[in-house]
Design a binder for this molecule. Structure first.
Ligand code: NAD
Length: 282
């Protein structure tokens, strides 16, 4: 990986949830190259282990852990393991999150003849699917913060980075639960930044624009690999005219994590979106 710049994270213990996934495995690699001891947490331990192994093979420090961000007992057990392996957590990246088809409507707009069609409308959304998405993104950010921020109280250079989304600014069609949950993540970022301002913990977020990953593959690509109509709309609404690349996320992340660079920055969500959130479409 070619870092845009290096920040000093030497020997910092960085805990990253969802690190078996596409975005956070990339961020794990970036912080490892800045000298951190990286703990990759994921429901999918095989994925976390595989990314940790790649990092270790290249000479950096990392380890994979099985963890469910929705269960406090699982987070606490993982916390105990990390304390033994590396010591107290300095930085937490809350990356576990995502949408689910059970909380997604088929149509963008309700139409008068919807009842005659074989489609999943707003009225068909499954309550448990909506709860699943809301919990994964919001509770899955709150619980790890409760467990790992205890290590940070009163110590220098500690901070939390949440992962929000474009949905936090204006909801996207079809995905009401994910939109509401990411708005809650941005709101919680501000709340926690204020709450922790007297105990030395900065709390910020990044809001990635549109990245083509496995999480949103079904929305963006047809089975034959051609772009969906949604992909066309996204690119038309992104002034820079392209999907984001994982490397695009690294600079803002390192800036926010670095106490040297961002010592007085707390409560912000930085959009990394090629201009999407600034563009009215006209
Ligand atoms: P991803 O699906 O590749 O990674 C998510 C990871 O979270 C997976 O490895 C999954 O196993 C893990 N996970 C799911 N439930 C978990 C749980 N209960 N406990 C622990 N781990 C769990 O997704 P990604 O694209 O890398 O997304 C990472 C973050 O970025 C998410 O919060 C997502 O909402 C956000 N985001 C993604 C995009 C995008 O375009 N991909 C855009 C904006 C925001």
């Amino acid at each position: 990986m070619k870092l845009p710049f290096k920040v000093d994270l030497k020997d910092k213990v960085v805990v990253i949830t969802g690190a078996g996934g596409i975005i956070c495995s990339h961020l794990a690699r970036a912080v490892a190259e800045c000298g951190a001891k990286v703990c990759l947490l994921d429901l999918n331990k095989d994925a976390a282990d595989a990314y940790a192994k790649e990092i270790v093979n290249d000479g950096y420090v990392a380890k994979g852990y099985a963890c469910n961000v929705l269960e406090k007992e699982s987070l606490e057990a993982c916390h105990e393991e990390i304390l033994k392996d590396f010591g107290k957590c300095d930085i937490l990246i809350n990356g576990a999150g995502g949408n689910n088809p059970r909380a997604t409507t088929d149509n963008e707009y309700a139409e008068l003849d919807d009842a005659t069609k074989e489609i999943k409308t707003f009225f068909d959304l499954d309550k448990s699917g909506v709860e699943f998405v809301f919990n994964l993104n919001f509770i899955g950010t709150l619980l790890p913060s409760q467990v790992f921020a205890k290590d940070m109280i009163g110590r220098k250079g500690c901070n939390i980075l949440n992962i929000s989304s474009m949905n936090a600014y204006t909801p996207l069609t079809k995905i009401p639960a994910y939109s509401g949950a990411k708005a809650a993540v941005t709101n919680f970022t501000q709340w926690l930044a204020v709450h922790f301002s007297h105990v030395g913990i900065r709390v910020n977020a990044i809001a990635p624009g549109f990245f083509s990953t496995k999480q949103n593959a079904k929305l963006l690509w047809n089975e034959d690999g051609t772009p969906t109509a949604r992909t066309g709309k996204i690119l038309a609404a992104t002034p820079m005219g392209r999907f984001g690349e994982l490397d695009d996320l690294v600079g803002a992340t390192l800036f926010l994590l670095s106490n040297d660079a961002a010592n007085f920055v707390t409560g912000v969500t930085i959009p990394i979106d090629g201009g999407f959130s600034s563009y009215s479409g006209v």
